[in-house]
Design a protein around this ligand. Structure first.
Ligand SMILES: NC(=O)c1ccc[n+]([C@@H]2O[C@H](COP(=O)([O-])OP(=O)(O)OC[C@H]3O[C@@H](n4cnc5c(N)ncnc54)[C@H](OP(=O)(O)O)[C@@H]3O)[C@@H](O)[C@H]2O)c1
Length: 340
């Protein structure tokens, strides 16, 4: 091959690669824009049952923050709502406020401490000798409570970090805090989904939304939180495939939602910014993804921009940035605690 032919060939190859790369970026960018401008198809799940009963949604961690605003949005979109939390007084108050705001809907509340999923030994003891159920969440009782309702939406929203202190290396965390946090973010939602999935299939089309975090794969000082939120996304994918194996993939839509910083929640009431929406705005964004099929999405468009920026960062630089942010956040938190 002559030198000229070689030059022409390599420049053609580079041109083709360039055009393909530009086309891929363009397609990805336009699909990203489409994802954040399309309207919600939540109405698909707001259908009456065969006997004419109106639809219900269950939102966990709904006495405050994002969960509460999700409950409001669902009520505004035609659902009766069961709000879950751990404090019955607070739930009763929120429930009556919702009832006043949406008199045409019904509200119920469900009290269960999500930190407190029973340990394997306790479950085994109660199965072996029928010993009275040791303290812990009673999922059979929850199943019983929703039986007969036309439940079509489950939002696994409850979650968070251990508190006092929030930021701590795993080696210092202790067994109780570690187990409680995994219970809250992973075990509680998985058992709830396991328990309620038959009802949701029966009331198809139905929807399960799992609220996760955007930082699920790199959270020093919050290891149990990040890891258990990742578990939640992964389990959603497995359930989707299990449904597909039974030919029921279209019966229940499973949506994982990766979440960035949101304000107007417990412990964070700063004014909203470009990258930090209010819980209300965020809840609307989450529900705008409903009805468009299974998947994992970043809930809010400005968080998706942050996600793209972090993907472009070399991993060493990303690690350094994260360590720096978490170190400063911990120092800020320690200082704030001392001032109390
Ligand atoms: N806000 C953010 O910036 C952000 C970022 C990423 C991901 N997320 C995720 O979004 C979801 C909602 O967060 P949020 O900021 O709205 O939370 P939040 O304001 O702290 O509200 C949490 C809700 O969950 C309830 N809850 C907490 N622990 C519970 C337990 N052990 N048992 C039962 N209920 C419990 C709370 O009840 P009480 O009223 O009794 O406390 C409250 O209703 C969480 O899964 C969180 O991980 C949030």
């Amino acid at each position: 091959m002559s030198g000229i032919t070689q030059t022409v060939l390599s420049s053609t190859i580079f041109n083709v690669i360039g055009v393909c790369t530009a086309a891929t970026i363009l397609v990805k960018f336009s699909s990203l824009i489409r994802k954040y401008t399309r309207s919600s198809k939540l109405y698909k799940f707001a259908h009456p049952s065969q006997t004419g009963d109106s639809p219900w949604a269950l939102v966990t961690g709904a006495s405050d923050g994002i969960g509460r605003t999700l409950a409001e949005e669902l009520a505004a979109n035609g659902f009766n709502v069961i709000i879950h939390g751990r404090n019955s007084n607070k739930l009763a108050k929120v429930s009556s406020e919702l009832q006043a705001a949406f008199p045409q809907r019904s509200f119920r509340f469900l009290v269960a401490d999500a930190n407190n999923v029973r340990c394997a030994n306790c479950v085994k003891a109660s199965q072996d000798d029928g010993s009275d159920k040791l303290a812990g969440v009673d999922f059979e009782a929850i199943k019983h409570e929703v039986e007969g309702l036309n439940l079509t939406v489950l939002i696994n929203n409850v979650g968070g970090n251990p508190v006092d202190p929030i930021f701590m290396p795993l080696k210092d965390k202790g067994e109780l805090k570690t187990t409680e946090n995994i219970s809250l973010n992973a075990l509680f939602p998985i058992h709830l989904t396991r328990t309620l999935l038959p009802n949701l299939i029966q009331n198809a089309p139905a929807l399960v939304i799992n609220i996760s975090t955007m930082t699920e794969d790199f959270l020093p000082l919050l290891a149990t939180y990040g890891a258990s939120k990742r578990f939640l996304l992964s389990i959603g994918n497995s359930i989707r495939l299990e449904l597909a194996m039974e030919g029921k993939e279209d019966d229940v839509e499973i949506l994982g939602v990766r979440t960035g910083r949101v304000t107007d929640v417990v412990g964070w009431k700063e004014p909203p910014t470009f990258f930090i929406p209010t819980a209300k705005r965020y809840a609307k964004a989450v529900l705008s993804h409903a009805g468009h099929g299974h998947g994992i999405v970043v809930g809010y468009w400005a968080h998706a921009l942050q996600d793209v920026m972090s993907l472009l960062m070399p991993s060493k630089v990303k690690d350094k940035v994260i360590i720096d942010i978490m170190r400063r956040t911990k120092e800020w938190d320690d200082k704030a605690k001392k001032q109390l």
